[in-house]
Design a protein around this ligand. Sequence first.
Ligand code: ITT
Ligand code: NA
Length: 203
Amino acid sequence: ITIVLATRNANKIPEMQAVLTEAGLSAEVTGLGAYPEAPEVAETEPDFGGNALLKARAVARHTGLPAVADDSGLRVDALNGMPGVLSARWSGRFGDESGNKDAANLELVLDQLADTPEERRGAEFVAAAAVSFPDGTEDVVEGVFRGRVTRKPRGTNGFGYDPVFVPDGDTRTMAEMSAEEKNAISHRGIAFRKLAERLRNVL
Ligand code: ITT
Ligand code: NA
C-alpha cells in the first residue's frame, strides 16, 4: 500500500518511511512531489492537530489514497509557547508570510531570548500527526519532547530550529545528531510511531 505524506518538506519523508519500516509495516511513503496538482493548504487552525488534519484530508481527497500529515513547531517557555504553530512563519509574521525561512526564524528566537538566563531557556518541540483515509476515517496523535534553546546555532544536520535546540539529557544540538538519533527521540518520531500503531490494524 502507498501512503502519501502531505508535506512539501522533503526531510519528513525518510523519517516517516523509517518509522513504518521499523514497525514492520510494508507501506511505501510518497511525498507531494508525485502529486504536483495537489491543493496548497493554508494552515489556518489555531493548533497543530487541526492543521495536520487539514493537510492530510485535502491530500486524501485529491489522491484517493490514505494520507498522513504533520504540523509541528517549537514552543519556547519564555515566549509563552511561541512561535508554536507560527514556527514556519515566525520571522515574517508582521507581513511577509511566504515560504520557510529557517535561518531567519531561529535568529529571531535567539534575539528574543538574548536576555534570558540558562535556567529559563526551556522549550519543547511538538508535532501532531494526522491520517485521513478516502472513506473519511481520521485519526490524530501528538508527540512532544523537551530541551532548551542554545545561545548560538551549532551543527549542520536536520532543518529548522535543530541548530538551536539541545534535548534534555544531552549536550549536542539536534543538528549535531544523525538522522537516526534524531528520529529516535524527536517529536515527529514519537508522533509517527504512535500513528504507525494505529495504522497496524488497517494496513
Ligand atoms: P509542511 O507543512 O509542508 O509539512 P513545514 O516544514 O512548513 O512543511 P510545518 O508546517 O509543520 O512544516 O512547520 C514546522 C516548522 O517548525 C518548520 O518550518 C521548522 O521551522 C519547525 N520544525 C518542525 N519540526 C522540526 C524539527 O524536527 N526540527 C527543527 N525544526 C522543526
Ligand atoms: Na505549521
